[in-house]
Design a protein around this ligand. Structure first.
Ligand SMILES: Cc1cc2nc3c(=O)[nH]c(=O)nc-3n(C[C@H](O)[C@H](O)[C@H](O)COP(=O)(O)OP(=O)(O)OC[C@H]3O[C@@H](n4cnc5c(N)ncnc54)[C@H](O)[C@@H]3O)c2cc1C
Length: 398
């Protein structure tokens, strides 16, 4: 593979970099590094929305899409560069659910009317989305979900409960899987719907996470009327549409770049701080642990590059096991990084507002939040199962 970028791609990287470097100076003090602050704190969500508008004005929310829906038909590599830069700056403004998950699905599976209705508001940064998939008894085994959608004239009437719906309390629309044919088993008999979150019958209740932030919600659906024109794909074929959400740029570059920035800050802390009269950066154990993190982050970045390269060469589907591997590698590395960083910082990692808080207590927050990354969008175990079956050709074991 060729690791070099073209001069045009380098110029684009600089443009993204200048933008995020300038704009991310204006973040509210609570702005964190995870989605918890983005949807959990009013000022952060406001900032996120303003950033969405600014990115939309530049056409950067929808760059890879076809022109007729507000895109510029940018290449996967350009999208990769954008994600790389955004991850490094802990950038705001990209609605993960609308842009990264739903839009690629609509582009592949929606009809023309649905594309024209739903893609432009996403490209303009106007509407935000939530994912209504998981249920109390259906997470990894999503195909066992029981929320029912029953056809009634021009509508479906939906009853059921969704859970872990990230940001549902902030969002305008949700994309949902529901069972339309109870006779059919598992993934057969499910349909994919677009649901206006203001529809009567929808009740949203917060689930506070371990460190007290409001990211998750329970969403109760009681006789919710969803117009049949909001069903994406054929009735009972929703599983096919849902699988499209995993078929796009999934190199995890943004997480590796996010870690590169975090490592720079941790190294800076070690240069400036003393323990027992010794500057931390001179302590051999600390130095080696920092070096180990640097090795793993660089290896991860190189792996991301190779994934986007193989997506371009062999297609998104062929690269799916690599994408699953990147998810395991990136999210488990975030965890190792956070644990090591917390050990190095000790109590300084926990202090939030003081001259003794060089990183504003971020490590304590991240320590509590980072296990969730391994679960979101499919756990590490499920990713390993995918690698076994799709990548190594092993038989299914479940
Ligand atoms: C930060 C975060 C954000 C999320 N956001 C959303 C969202 O916006 N919308 C949404 O719908 N859902 C969301 N989820 C839910 C997420 O998709 C589920 O948590 C995930 O799919 C796991 O399901 P579960 O929690 O029910 O665990 P379970 O499926 O009950 O799994 C429990 C344990 O068993 C293991 N396990 C299960 N099956 C197997 C198997 N076949 N082989 C080996 N091990 C197995 C799992 O790996 C896990 O360790 C979010 C979760 C997190 C943590």
């Amino acid at each position: 593979m060729d690791f070099r970028f073209t001069p045009e791609e380098e110029a684009l990287r600089k443009e993204f970099d200048d933008f995020f470097r300038g704009e991310m100076r204006n973040t509210p003090p609570e702005w964190g590094t995870y989605m918890e602050a983005m949807v959990g704190v009013d000022a952060c969500f406001e900032f996120h929305k303003q950033m969405a508008k600014k990115l939309a004005a530049k056409g950067w929310l929808s760059r890879p899409w076809p022109r007729e829906y507000g895109g510029q038909e940018a290449s996967l590599i350009e999208q990769f560069i954008f994600n790389d830069v955004m991850g490094y700056h802990r950038g705001a403004g990209v609605d993960h659910w609308g842009i990264a998950l739903l839009a690629p699905t609509l582009l592949v599976s929606a009809n023309e009317e649905q594309k024209r209705e739903h893609l432009p508001p996403i490209a303009r940064g106007e509407l935000f989305w939530t994912q209504l998939w998981s249920e109390p008894e259906a997470g990894s085994d999503l195909a066992s979900l029981t929320t029912r959608a029953v056809r009634d004239g021009g509508d479906y009437i939906v009853n059921g409960q969704k859970t872990w719906s990230s940001g549902a309390h902030r969002t305008d629309w949700g994309f949902m899987l529901a069972r339309t044919n109870p006779e059919e088993k598992r993934s057969r008999g499910l349909s994919f719907f677009l649901v206006d979150m203001k529809t009567p019958g929808i009740t949203i209740r917060p689930i506070l996470n371990l460190e007290g932030s409001h990211l998750f919600n329970e969403v109760f659906l009681d006789d919710v009327r969803v117009p049949a024109r909001n069903r994406v794909g054929e009735e009972n074929q929703g599983w096919i549409a849902s699988q499209m959400t995993s078929n796009f740029e999934r190199s995890m570059i943004e997480l590796f770049s996010f870690l590169r920035r975090e490592l720079e800050e941790l190294v800076e802390f070690c240069r400036e701080s003393k323990r027992g009269g010794e500057v931390l950066s001179e302590n051999p154990i600390v130095r080696h642990r920092l070096a180990q993190l640097a090795i793993e982050i660089e290896a991860g970045r190189a792996f991301s590059y190779s994934i986007v390269w193989s997506q371009i060469k062999s297609g998104l589907v062929m690269a799916a096991p690599l994408a699953a591997a990147a998810k395991v590698l990136a999210t488990e590395l975030v965890q190792r990084f956070t644990y090591t960083g917390s050990e190095i910082m000790r109590l300084y990692g926990q202090v939030k507002e003081s001259r003794w808080a060089p990183l504003q207590g971020r490590f304590e927050k991240e320590y509590q939040l980072c296990p969730g990354l391994n679960m979101a969008g499919g756990t590490s175990e499920i990713m390993r199962n995918l690698i076994c079956t799709l990548g190594l050709g092993l038989p299914r074991s479940w």
